[in-house]
Design a protein around this ligand. Structure first.
Ligand SMILES: Cc1cc2nc3c(=O)[nH]c(=O)nc-3n(C[C@H](O)[C@H](O)[C@H](O)COP(=O)(O)OP(=O)(O)OC[C@H]3O[C@@H](n4cnc5c(N)ncnc54)[C@H](O)[C@@H]3O)c2cc1C
Length: 385
């Protein structure tokens, strides 16, 4: 696939960054101990890439969704631990505030996001609410000139290292479905927030958490979009940012799949059984050739949808198809690569062990495979179940 010169340059810069700053041993350690690699995240920010979703007038590099995906893909070839904070700055933060923030929020937050000085975590999922996000129970109430937030957000990636939780809450319990929700920016240092770690099998390093809000007071100006955002959260959430959210997960998956195939490809040429490299056995050759084919197809799907998003073209169907397809193919690819490594692919703490755990999560997180299938069928006009 031919890439424009500036995209090729981003790839080169990121590949050098990964080689110099993210050695395999470090990636394994972040995963094993679930340690946040703060220093490396700061070095990534020095490249300026945290501003890739932010217009230049707010201190960013100009909105470039394709380049954003390239950064995620390249980082995830080695580790998801650094792509997490990158996504928290560029997508959860930059994309959302550019798309939905008030002018005051843009001026206050975008320059800091672009410099990587602040990160956002996503507070959407709840203990009783997964795919059916419009049913969130977290309550956002007006009390005088303040807002008060009560409830629990589950599986909140990176909340411990974030500055704001981008929180979806019910702001009008008597209101109509989809018209009773607001998005609010909850500053993480607010009184009444309790964060609990969850030991997830994947996306370790940046950490998965539960976030409990107990009478957390925030300012009315923290409604995303200002006053016009009140009870308008669903429309904001279901807009272009959700399309990009699906692509972020697909880009992570593609990177992990590429990490796995590189390792299996090399191993198959080095490992000798029955007097020749296992790569000379037809079963292994075919398996690896099929993986390369699946990954090329996945890459084309991802960057086709990313290009549409970049040009502000409608891409809800294409981004659902990309999320669905890339994550499923990568799961197959990684499991095939694990088999190529034989027993060495079954050792805890190995790179392949990490790729397998990561690959298991992608079809679930960020909108499951079944939800993407529903989206595609609905958007393409099939009668609803
Ligand atoms: C590592 C990790 C990190 C995450 N990070 C975040 C985060 O930062 N912020 C955040 O808000 N969330 C986060 N999530 C949550 C994630 O987005 C949800 O797990 C996901 O949306 C699915 O919700 P659920 O797990 O509750 O599944 P459920 O919605 O309970 O679904 C369970 C199963 O039923 C299926 N199902 C549900 N409804 C339907 C339907 N209508 N038709 C067909 N099948 C259906 C699903 O596909 C799934 O297989 C994270 C999850 C993981 C694993």
């Amino acid at each position: 696939m031919t890439e424009p010169e500036h995209i090729r340059e981003y790839r080169d810069v990121l590949q050098r960054f990964v080689e110099n700053e993210m050695p395999r041993e470090a990636a394994a350690e972040w995963d094993r101990t679930d340690t946040y690699p703060r220093e490396i995240v700061e070095k990534l920010a020095e490249l300026g890439v945290m501003g890739l979703t932010i217009p230049e007038e707010y201190g960013g590099m100009g909105r470039d969704i394709v380049a954003t995906m390239v950064v995620i893909e390249e980082l995830c070839k080695r580790s998801t631990a650094i792509s997490g904070p990158f996504i928290m700055a560029t997508c959860y933060g930059g994309m959302n505030i550019v798309e939905s923030g008030s002018e005051q929020q843009k001026q206050k937050l975008l320059p800091k996001l672009a410099r990587g000085e602040i990160l956002f975590a996503y507070g959407l999922t709840e203990p009783d609410v997964g795919a059916d996000l419009a049913s969130v129970k977290t309550r956002v109430e007006r009390r005088g000139d303040k807002l008060v937030v009560n409830g629990t957000k589950r599986f909140c990636t990176g909340a411990r290292y974030a500055d704001y939780i981008y929180t979806l809450g019910c702001s009008d319990p008597d209101g109509a479905r989809y018209k009773n929700l607001s998005l609010v920016l909850v500053p993480c240092e607010s009184d009444g927030i309790e964060i609990t770690d969850i030991d997830a099998i994947a996306q370790r390093g940046v950490g998965t958490t539960d976030v409990h809000f107990d009478d957390v007071e925030i300012a009315a100006e923290d409604i995303v979009g200002g006053e016009s955002g009140w009870n308008n959260g669903w429309a904001m959430l279901a807009g272009p940012t959700l399309d990009v959210e699906k692509l972020e997960v697909a880009a992570m998956a593609l990177g992990v799949g590429e990490g796995a195939i590189e390792d299996a490809w090399q191993y198959a040429q080095e490992r000798v059984q029955f007097g020749k490299p296992i790569a000379a056995q037809q079963a292994i050759r075919h398996s690896l050739a099929r993986c390369r084919t699946q990954l090329l197809a996945a890459r084309l799907m991802l960057y086709h949808a990313a290009d549409l998003a970049n040009r502000n073209k409608p891409c809800t169907v294409e981004s659902s198809m990309a999320k669905l397809f890339v994550c499923q193919e990568v799961q197959e690819v990684v499991l095939a690569c694990q088999r190529v490594l034989g027993a060495y692919g079954c050792m805890t703490g190995s790179d392949m062990d990490r790729y397998v755990r990561e690959a298991l999560v992608f079809p679930i997180a960020g909108g499951s495979t079944e939800i993407q299938l529903n989206n595609i069928a609905n958007r393409m006009g099939l009668p609803k179940a």
